[in-house]
Design a protein around this ligand. Structure first.
Ligand code: ZN
Length: 261
């Protein structure tokens, strides 16, 4: 029972973080400060009351429509809130949080939840605007390298070398496609995230991101939502593949790339 309450708390915390991310990812590309005032309805411009601004629940209670003008509220609000809530619970569970009672500890738990929130923001902003904010990438790069140094990992050089080599591979793709196939933001994101995964998980992560990218790209072409030669943001694939590798990396290495381990 106590465990259930913990999970519920983390889920609700995730919904609240998701609500912040919904606003942040909308405002950042438009140059609007996150500190600037309360949310308004996109249609009638009326300020949204606090009781109509409760993550997920208000959307359900209002039947997905603005209380004032009745205009449909974008699905991105409940989707981002729900995804953040679910990812927070998954992160805690799969990385050995409450399920194995506090294996992570408070600081590491906070660190992974912050990382999850930043990566959701990168996922959304890249998906909607085809760009990855340098500030967010720099934040995770600094956190990850600091953590690596503090943990005095004996494989420090190997981990950093894997990261730089992988980022160089993305830089190379960026140069040969003249920025059309791969953005420079993707190369920076690879460098920033690789210290968490290290070797050989970083290799698995990159393979996986290309596999997911190819499958999703072909599906989008099949349903007529994309065409060959048209740019599709790669950041979202890196983010999805990162979490799969973070959660099940050892299993993936042992199954598919045993000779790397
Ligand atoms: Zn309205």
């Amino acid at each position: 029972m106590l465990l259930f309450i913990w999970y519920l708390l983390i889920f609700v915390f995730g919904l609240a973080a998701g609500s912040f991310l919904t606003a942040y990812t909308w405002r950042w590309p438009r140059g609007i400060s996150i500190a600037k005032g309360r949310s308004i309805c996109d249609n009638c411009k009326k300020k949204i009351a606090w009781y109509d601004n409760i993550p997920l629940f208000s959307y359900i209670a209002l039947g997905g429509r603005c209380r004032n003008c009745g205009k449909k509220i974008s699905l991105r609000y409940p989707l981002i809130e729900l995804s953040t809530g679910v990812l927070f619970v998954l992160t805690i569970t799969l990385l050995g949080g409450f399920g194995r009672l506090g294996e992570l500890g408070f600081l590491l738990t906070a660190y992974y939840l912050l990382l999850a929130a930043v990566l959701i923001a990168i996922f959304i902003i890249d998906l909607e605007n085809q760009l990855i904010p340098d500030g967010l990438v720099f934040l995770i790069f600094t956190l990850n390298v600091s953590l690596l140094v503090l943990s005095s990992d004996k494989n420090f050089y190997q981990i950093m070398f894997t990261g730089f080599l992988s980022a160089f591979f993305f830089l190379f793709l960026n140069l040969v496609t003249r920025g059309r196939g791969m953005g420079l933001g993707d190369a920076k994101l690879v460098l920033a995230l690789s210290p968490i995964l290290g070797y050989p998980q970083t290799i698995v992560w990159i393979f996986l991101s290309f596999i997911i990218g190819a499958v999703v790209g072909l599906l989008l072409i099949a349903v007529g939502k994309a065409s060959f030669g048209k740019h599709i943001a790669f950041g979202p694939f890196l983010v999805i593949a990162f979490f799969i590798t973070l959660f099940w990396g050892d299993l993936l290495v042992n199954t598919f790339l045993p000779y790397l381990g």
